[in-house]
Design a protein around this ligand. Structure first.
Ligand code: ATP
Ligand code: MG
Ligand code: ZN
Length: 322
């Protein structure tokens, strides 16, 4: 196998880098054009790095829980740009807003296009514990982990195959979450390797499928839901995003695509309907500023929509975990 990799713009000194990046660097410097020769020429077979790499190569045990995490909820869709990340962030904050005694973390599994650093207004390299586990960065009470904390914002990230999987494994296994009631996972678009890998390696409590009215026509949401069913991850339900336009001046709502499309789709797919998130300027503007509406405008109708969604998700979690 040939690795194609463009990797530039690492922040900070190499000595301070999380081991995830040190592994990549070693590979960049020494990787031969054959997957059987992953070992670095400069380090002997018994070096700690070599041993670590060999262990990694053996793969992860199937369905091992993430240490300290009670429930894992993935936010996914069949299609890109439908509002998964915005929904994931506000869902995590909504769960806390509804019950401040709960601890909720956010994992950005979009390795190629991480959004969580910007949406949660977080920047910088995670510190490491003595056992080399990455400590999440926290804002608004939510500990977060993202590939975006490990590479520069502008750095092109073109990783293929094992590189992506290796990064994902680190994000799943080498993060010191502490004790979490819920870990919300912001998935990359589509139904590819990352989605499958997470579903197979971690006991996922359930999937929240985000759809827009356009998706309803394209039935991408259906494909997403079907993928999770195939890998035995319960589908918690469908969220329809951006169907109802809410005027920022008078809060008047216009159901541009009709009001019952999403419900019909959910019925048709045999999944629960979790709620409608309005298309609202505030949601976009506040997201761009790293101030999600649930914390920046907690009493607004759009924040209420996310809190209602969080309550509906929680009900479904209780249903699927009894
Ligand atoms: N309900 C909404 N109202 C207004 N704007 C929204 C809403 N939901 C999402 N957006 C905006 O739509 C854009 C895409 O949202 P987002 O990044 O959350 O989508 P995504 O599905 O995660 O995309 P990707 O597939 O690239 O990861 C962003 O600019 C976001 O601010
Ligand atoms: Mg996203
Ligand atoms: Zn108006």
């Amino acid at each position: 196998m040939v690795f194609t990799m463009v990797y530039t713009g690492v922040r900070g000194a190499v000595g301070k880098l999380p081991s995830v990046l040190q592994t990549f660097q070693t590979r960049v410097l020494h990787v031969p054009s054959c997957s059987t020769g992953l070992r670095s020429k400069s380090s002997g077979a018994s070096s700690p790095q070599e041993r670590q790499r060999q262990l990694m190569g053996r793969g992860l045990p199937k369905q091992k829980p993430i240490a300290g995490v009670q429930q894992v909820v993935v936010v996914a869709s069949g299609k890109g740009g439908v509002g998964k990340s915005t929904t994931a962030v506000n869902l995590a904050l909504g769960l806390i807003a509804n019950d401040p005694s709960k601890s909720v973390g956010l994992l950005d599994a979009d390795i190629h296009g991480p959004s969580v650093p910007k949406l949660m207004n977080l920047k910088g390299n995670p510190e490491l514990t003595e056992t080399n586990r990455m400590i999440p960065l926290t804002n608004y009470g939510v500990p977060c982990m993202s590939m975006g904390f490990l590479v520069d914002e502008e750095a092109p990230i073109v990783w293929r195959g094992l590189m992506v999987m290796s990064a994902l494994e680190k994000l799943l296994r080498q993060v010191e979450w502490g004790s979490l009631d819920y870990l919300v996972v912001d998935m990359p678009p589509g139904t590819g390797d990352v989605q499958l890998s997470i579903s197979q390696n971690v006991p996922v409590t359930g999937a929240v499928i985000v759809s827009t009215p356009q998706d309803i026509a394209l039935l991408d949401a259906r494909r997403g839901a079907e993928m999770f069913r195939k890998v035995h991850v319960p589908v918690l339900g469908l969220v329809q995003n951006m169907s109802v336009f809410q005027c920022p001046n008078c809060q008047h709502q216009t159901h541009i695509f009709g009001s019952d499309g999403a419900r019909k789709l959910a019925d048709d797919m045999g999944v629960h309907f979790l709620g409608d998130i309005p298309l609202h300027l505030n949601i976009r503007e506040m997201s761009d500023r790293g101030q999600p509406v649930v914390v920046s405008a907690p009493n607004s109708p759009e924040a209420e929509a996310y809190k209602k969604l969080a309550a509906a998700v929680l009900l479904r979690i209780q249903e699927v975990t009894v």
